[in-house]
Design a protein around this ligand. Sequence first.
Ligand SMILES: NC(=O)c1ccc[n+]([C@@H]2O[C@H](COP(=O)([O-])OP(=O)(O)OC[C@H]3O[C@@H](n4cnc5c(N)ncnc54)[C@H](O)[C@@H]3O)[C@@H](O)[C@H]2O)c1
Length: 330
Amino acid sequence: MLHRPKALFAMRAEHLATLFPAPAMARLLSIADIDVSLVAERFDDPRLAQVLPGVEVLITGWGCPPLDETVLAAAPRLRATLHAGGSVKGLISPACWDRGLLVSSAADANAVPVAEYTVGAVLLAGKGVFTLREDYRRRRWFPLGEVHPSVGNHGRRVGVVGASRIGRRVIDLLAPHDLELCLYDPYTRVEGVEQVGLEDLLRSCDIVSLHAPATDETRHMLDRRRLALMPDGAVLINTARGSLVDTDALVAELRTGRLSAVLDVTDPEPLPSGSALYDLPNAFLTPHIAGSQGNELARMGAAVLDELERLAAGSPLAHQVSHDDLDRVA
Ligand SMILES: NC(=O)c1ccc[n+]([C@@H]2O[C@H](COP(=O)([O-])OP(=O)(O)OC[C@H]3O[C@@H](n4cnc5c(N)ncnc54)[C@H](O)[C@@H]3O)[C@@H](O)[C@H]2O)c1
């Protein structure tokens, strides 16, 4: 199809060098016709007036403004957007679908570090590490008597909510361990994994990991009543979106000491400075870092270059986003 497509970067400029380190930039220049010193942070940038009319492919990243009708009108030859990030929901407007724009995202590449973070959290939580660490710090002494017999990952039951690309990867990475896995997803099955209802999952699992997208349907899917179904000592891991959990209800459960939580995402984000989640010893809080950070951005950049190569060769994209799926995906 396209031969050496004319491309343009559109993102916050600070991410460019991390997404595309020097060897990746050299590879990009061998595939596309692109001015690597030009990064569109706003589409009304006067430097774009000569460039946008000829652009065929946008290489977008975090901070790219939405591709609305005005942008599309200024870029009549635009055929594809390759997004070096996860979700395209804030980027792709209805006008893009009307135009028939090809849209691809690096969400698969971004799923890798989220799944790695989750697997680390599951295994450490199962071992009781978060609790025992706090205990050691408080007592300045080894646990008095035996560590509780429920500590350990031998046969522990772990529930995955959402057979998303991250959820499926978590299942694959946990498979070699001596765990019992189950899954709740009303739309997607995973071969060989026990599929259960959400409430059965919550009642029966010691560790629950959330991997569903933020939609109207998933808002507060873990509310006060459902959190109360989780057994004493259970751990909730949320690397998905804060809106899936009723924050006040979770704080109330954590205050009793009955449950623990590993939270990479919260609602709101960031939390207000007075939030109890900063100080509760049974809340392990990280600042939304499970997705690509640091050198992990280069994996998303490489995924975009693979897509660009496919596009230039006239091959189908491997990570095309379909308009029809958008209601049920991240
Ligand atoms: N913490 C981070 O840095 C980070 C990074 C990337 C993604 N995320 C989040 O991780 C989550 C998963 O992302 P992804 O790209 O793997 O998702 P995805 O788009 O691949 O998958 C969506 C899946 O969720 C399922 N689903 C939809 N509604 C559901 C419901 N009501 N209950 C259970 N499952 C439901 C769908 O069937 C589908 O299998 C999203 O919430 C995303 O925003 C977080």
